[in-house]
Design a protein around this ligand. Sequence first.
Ligand SMILES: *[C@@H]1O[C@H](CO)[C@@H](O)[C@H](O)[C@H]1NC(C)=O
Ligand SMILES: *[C@@H]1O[C@H](CO)[C@@H](O)[C@H](O)[C@H]1NC(C)=O
Ligand SMILES: *[C@@H]1O[C@H](CO)[C@@H](O)[C@H](O)[C@H]1NC(C)=O
Ligand SMILES: *[C@@H]1O[C@H](CO)[C@@H](O)[C@H](O)[C@H]1NC(C)=O
Ligand SMILES: *[C@@H]1O[C@H](CO)[C@@H](O)[C@H](O)[C@H]1NC(C)=O
Ligand SMILES: *[C@@H]1O[C@H](CO)[C@@H](O)[C@H](O)[C@H]1NC(C)=O
Ligand SMILES: *[C@@H]1O[C@H](CO)[C@@H](O)[C@H](O)[C@H]1NC(C)=O
Ligand SMILES: *[C@@H]1O[C@H](CO)[C@@H](O)[C@H](O)[C@H]1NC(C)=O
Length: 330
Amino acid sequence: MIKSFIIIIIYFFIINGVNTFVPSPRAEQAALLVNNKIYVYGGVNERTKLSDFFYLDISSSFIINNITSMPWVNITPPTGLSVRTSSAACIYGKNKNQIVYIGGDAIVGDNFTTVYDITTQQWSIPKTSASFTSNRKLIQCVVSEDDIYVYGGLENVYDMIKLDTLNLSWTEFSPGPVAPIGVQSYRAILLNNASILYIGGQPGGDVPTLPYSSFDKLSMYNINNSTWSLITTSGNIPPSRYDHGAVYIPQYNQILIFYGIPISLNMSIVALDTVKFEWSIPTIKNVGGPTDGLRRFISILIETYVFIAFGSFDINGQNCTNNFFLLDGL
Ligand SMILES: *[C@@H]1O[C@H](CO)[C@@H](O)[C@H](O)[C@H]1NC(C)=O
Ligand SMILES: *[C@@H]1O[C@H](CO)[C@@H](O)[C@H](O)[C@H]1NC(C)=O
Ligand SMILES: *[C@@H]1O[C@H](CO)[C@@H](O)[C@H](O)[C@H]1NC(C)=O
Ligand SMILES: *[C@@H]1O[C@H](CO)[C@@H](O)[C@H](O)[C@H]1NC(C)=O
Ligand SMILES: *[C@@H]1O[C@H](CO)[C@@H](O)[C@H](O)[C@H]1NC(C)=O
Ligand SMILES: *[C@@H]1O[C@H](CO)[C@@H](O)[C@H](O)[C@H]1NC(C)=O
Ligand SMILES: *[C@@H]1O[C@H](CO)[C@@H](O)[C@H](O)[C@H]1NC(C)=O
Ligand SMILES: *[C@@H]1O[C@H](CO)[C@@H](O)[C@H](O)[C@H]1NC(C)=O
């Protein structure tokens, strides 16, 4: 059980001048951790969609008191990449070396499924079985064995799509009976390879409309029988939100939820016990970290740290940051 946390704040301007590449501020980037590297693709900065691709190498034992050992490395190919924002990224393949970028703002047709091979460092737009024409953005993908699940995205209410990574075939279906209200800007977490828990989110459309997906009953997708069910939670139930961050710490049966919209949340960091489905407020021993209202940022578990980076402080997606901080928790 996690008892308390320490926040460590790191500002990019400190690194600037030491390393040659400092990523610009952004939100809505796609990011994931693979083999000691956090890969980041695109995002949006003050309404400009981005197409850069880079990673943070955390292999050098992740020395937080020597941030010069944590360089970002720009690996955007010289030929350039297409802009990509609000998409999802997952890792698959026998050797866990393929990153698939799925959907995103106005990314339809063949480009919907774009793959980066970490080993060969090659990009490809593989021929998949589907050509999606509706905008699926602000989504998350979840890998279970050889399948990748993606719920909703903008107006795709009730809609689940599944990528069989063995033959790159998509299927589309509407599991019954109670699909989540939050079809975008939710967080999705795989529990026990058997079910996917959906936390928060907002109804489809570009305008944030109430009601947000509540936190007292959470939607669970049961992979086995392809049905939705509702999990009733207990404890200190937090207010609803979307555009938040979430990190699952399996060894502690705990999900941590960070920030999000609405901007003034009285419980900006909360914890969910994934066995009892009980909410609590974790103790943070120091002050610091982003001010409330950070949205569309990265949150990734690295060993004993939660890494939070980028994001926007503005309801319209402006006032983006390239700062990051670490929550030392375990
Ligand atoms: C900090 O890390 C840099 C880059 O890895 C290294 O060159 C430097 O010697 C380190 N400094 C200390 C005090 O460990
Ligand atoms: C797909 O991506 C390619 C490469 O970035 C780009 O040239 C092309 O215009 C995109 N196609 C569509 C339909 O957006
Ligand atoms: C892809 O493989 C799955 C089994 O893994 C099979 O059910 C499906 O029909 C295959 N799809 C295509 C298009 O071959
Ligand atoms: C989930 O699946 C992975 C890979 O298929 C396996 O290594 C792991 O043991 C499974 N976990 C559970 C709880 O079934
Ligand atoms: C999946 O369904 C099968 C029967 O269809 C059942 O035996 C098994 O226990 C189920 N597993 C889970 C995790 O629900
Ligand atoms: C589907 O599986 C879940 C988890 O195993 C179970 O709770 C639920 O009752 C099942 N639903 C149906 C319709 O079988
Ligand atoms: C936070 O707000 C919720 C409702 O919005 C309220 O029920 C709860 O008591 C508040 N918690 C704290 C710690 O102020
Ligand atoms: C941007 O966000 C930061 C952090 O919340 C805040 O301090 C600052 O006032 C904001 N700037 C603008 C121009 O809104």
